[in-house]
Design a protein around this ligand. Structure first.
Ligand code: FES
Length: 532
């Protein structure tokens, strides 16, 4: 029997008739970016193959997706013969533009990790639990586990200063780009693969830092509900079935050794509490950092992603929800859509004469449009009367071409997909406002958290109705606020306790349970500002 050999790492497995190439690439834990989870819609699993004759013939999906010979979609190509080795090459990925930090607030240093004098000399303790001898440094890590990216800050816990900041793509992308695909993967008995992928990713980031990782005595993590629970080893199967709740909302403390992390083996691993359903530890971290829960004025926090979290309220109470906005603003399901990679069009302007100006990430030749560019295009097409308030092309156009040479365009189907994502978010903001009986004008501050919120053009987001219609000057971009929350809870006992108290003030609403949700959602599938 022959083998499948995968480069760049020359990983090998025995060929088995009927298996897809993607299943090998997942089992061999390669860096394949199967964003759609194998449904054939994302083109993320394109690979170069050596022996096409030993594979099933091109599917209709592949005929549309692949323009060059020798390439296949790994999720479509199946082994048909086992008598000859097949060589697979995974293209190297361009670097994602990853947001690592949020606004940093100075707070007094009072971590859980302390050094104390003992009869054996100075020793390190987490509360009363002894970890080991003090050996010159005490480090801690704050980690934000996003569905797409991991970000980490390395902190000196004796001085409180940051030493290193790093980030990488979440290695779980080989199992799909969204939470549901990953939960489904866990449900077929493979949660351990997901756990290993994410912990190895974190270990990889730690090993890149030229400091002694044995001197890391605490790791504080935030992340959405599924990411947090996969990292700490709580089963996420229940998240995939009604009522879609995690096994516990409580904070989790574990020992590094149990999770195979390359920290001090006895280091404490602390995971923030969850709020409920898909509103996770990241939303709680962002609330802690934006301090919505301490203010008299009403503030809103929106963290736009595949799942968008929205929190609204003040010191007297906060309402939160999560909206299934989907990956359209991350480029999935949009024909020329792409993540925030080098060459992605990130900003577009269409002049009165319909001239198109754009710029790309790292000024590389354009290869597609990322989320911030997609918002710009929609707003500009509405302003220039290329589409009407329902999103339909006003003239007979079937598509709007941004670059003829690079074959980059937006068509009616793409616009419909973007409308769905926009409606999911805008209806969420309306429901939390209604729940608190708040008029939009009562919102004195809108914090835009997360990478996407940081890079979007606020004016254009207001034009298409993605954000509640409040004055521009009240909208503040706060970067990775969830990570800032984790940092605060790492260096301050008081902040950690404060974070644990916040859920008592929070009411969580589930949009799909609201009886008029469907009608309100349909109303949001247009661009109200441009209604004639
Ligand atoms: Fe194959 Fe998405 S197209 S995983």
């Amino acid at each position: 029997m022959a083998n499948i050999i995968v480069s760049p790492d020359n990983k090998i497995a025995k060929l088995k008739e009927g298996k897809t190439l993607l299943s090998y690439l997942q089992e061999l834990e390669t860096n394949i970016h199967a964003r759609c989870g194998g449904r054939g819609t994302c083109k993320g699993c394109i690979v170069k193959v050596s022996a096409n004759k030993n594979l099933s013939s091109l599917t209709e999906i592949e005929k549309k997706a692949i323009q060059r010979k020798g390439f296949r979609l790994a999720c479509q190509a199946k082994i048909t013969k086992e008598d000859e080795d097949i060589f697979i090459e995974i293209p190297l990925y361009t670097k994602f533009k990853i947001l690592e930090r949020g606004k940093v607030k100075r707070i007094p240093l009072n971590p859980f990790i302390k050094k104390m004098p003992t009869s054996l000399g100075e020793r390190i303790f987490w509360e009363k639990r002894e970890i080991g001898a003090y050996d010159g440094e005490i480090y801690g890590l704050a980690l934000d586990i996003g569905t797409t990216t991991l970000s980490m800050v390395w902190i000196d816990l004796e001085k409180g200063n940051e030493l290193f900041v790093s980030s990488m793509l979440n290695p779980q992308f080989r199992y799909g780009d969204n939470i549901i695909d990953r939960i489904n993967y866990a449900k077929i008995g493979r949660q351990k693969h997901l756990e290993r992928a994410i912990r190895e990713g974190v270990n990889e980031m730690i090993k890149e830092v030229p400091l002694d990782s044995e001197k890391i005595y605490e790791l504080v993590i935030v992340g959405n509900t599924a990411m947090r629970d996969i990292f700490v080893g709580n089963s996420v199967e229940k998240l995939g079935e009604s009522p879609f709740e995690p096994i516990t909302l409580k904070p989790v403390n574990k020992i590094a050794n149990e999770l195979n992390l390359v920290l001090n083996p006895k280091a404490n691993v602390y995971a923030f509490p969850l709020i409920g359903h898909f509103v996770g530890a990241d939303a709680l971290g962002a609330i802690l950092a934006t301090e919505i829960h301490t203010k008299t004025e009403i503030s809103m926090m929106i963290d736009i992603g595949t799942n968008t979290e929205i929190a609204l309220g003040n010191k007297d109470g906060i309402v939160v929800t999560s909206c299934a906005s989907g990956p359209a603003f991350e480029g999935s399901g949009i024909k020329c859509g792409i993540g925030a990679v080098e060459g992605a069009i990130q900003m577009i302007d269409i002049t009165e004469n319909l001239e198109i100006n754009y710029n790309t990430i790292n000024n590389a030749p354009p290869i597609g449009i990322c989320g911030s560019g997609l918002i710009d295009i929609l707003a500009n097409m509405l302003e220039r009367k290329i589409i009407d308030w329902t999103g339909k092309f006003i003239k007979d156009n079937k598509k709007f071409v941004i670059s003829e040479k690079n074959k980059i365009f937006l068509d009616g189907e793409d616009i419909d997909n973007l409308k769905l994502a926009k409606a999911a978010i805008s209806v969420g903001a309306k429901f939390v406002s209604r729940d608190l009986n708040i008029e939009i004008d009562d919102i004195k501050k809108l914090y835009l958290a997360g990478a996407f919120g940081t890079y979007i053009n606020r004016e254009n987001a207001l034009k298409i109705g993605l954000l509640p219609n409040i004055p521009l000057e009240r909208i503040e971009k706060v970067g990775n606020a969830a990570m800032e929350g984790a940092r605060q809870a790492l260096i301050s006992k008081e902040k950690r306790r404060e974070a644990e108290e916040i859920p008592k003030k929070i009411r969580h609403i589930r949009l799909e349970m609201e009886k008029d949700f469907h009608d309100r959602f349909v109303e949001e599938l247009c661009f109200e500002k441009y209604r004639p």
